[in-house]
Design a protein around this ligand. Sequence first.
Ligand code: ADP
Ligand code: MG
Length: 214
Amino acid sequence: MLTTGDIARVFRQLADTIGAARDELCRLDGVIGDADHGIAMADGFAAASRAIDVLPGEASLADQLNAAAKGFLNAVGASSGPLYATALMRAAKAAGARAEMPLTEAPMLIVAMAEGIRSRGKAEQGEKTMVDVWTPAAAAAEQGMASGLTLPEIMARIRDAATVGAESTKSMVATKGRSARLGARSLGHIDPGAASAAMVLNVIADDWGQRVKA
Ligand code: ADP
Ligand code: MG
């Protein structure tokens, strides 16, 4: 089972990992954006994790993910704020008002997050955004579930898809978001939102992949 304790732990890990990557993400955003992406993501996940930690003990998975969404949105002024807030609200809806869900359904949360980001930002794959990571990761989750792979196998595929997706943005020209104004000058640089998305998915995939082996 994926419990509220598991969700709280994953968000603490996200806050730690993304917090440690803050400067690196700002540096990437400095090349093709406005150098604030590390601040946005680090503040966002710190606030999300705090929002979960102060919930009462009887909170459901949906309560946790909705609180995380609200915390993230309130903490972040950059465009990643509403994108991740929508992603987390979609995950809340998928998780539902229950205290735990079967681990076999956990990949659905990643699918729901990717759908939230796409519906909020209206970006397609190939436009050099975080969608270039979330969409292939969600596809890996769906395919893995459809072929009856184990959770560790599905998580490994999500990790690979996310890493390849982030790297693929280097050879793309940005047509969405702030870096679109650079046009062809955005070529050759990894998209900061894609880089952070791969970090987020790696944390989740590592945690859930090991969770079931233990
Ligand atoms: P801002 O551009 O407002 O400073 P951030 O620096 O936090 O926001 O985030 C920038 C990232 O947001 C980009 O690298 C890109 O991945 C992502 N992004 C921007 N616009 C969109 C969009 N419409 N859909 C999906 N992702 C987007
Ligand atoms: Mg920025």
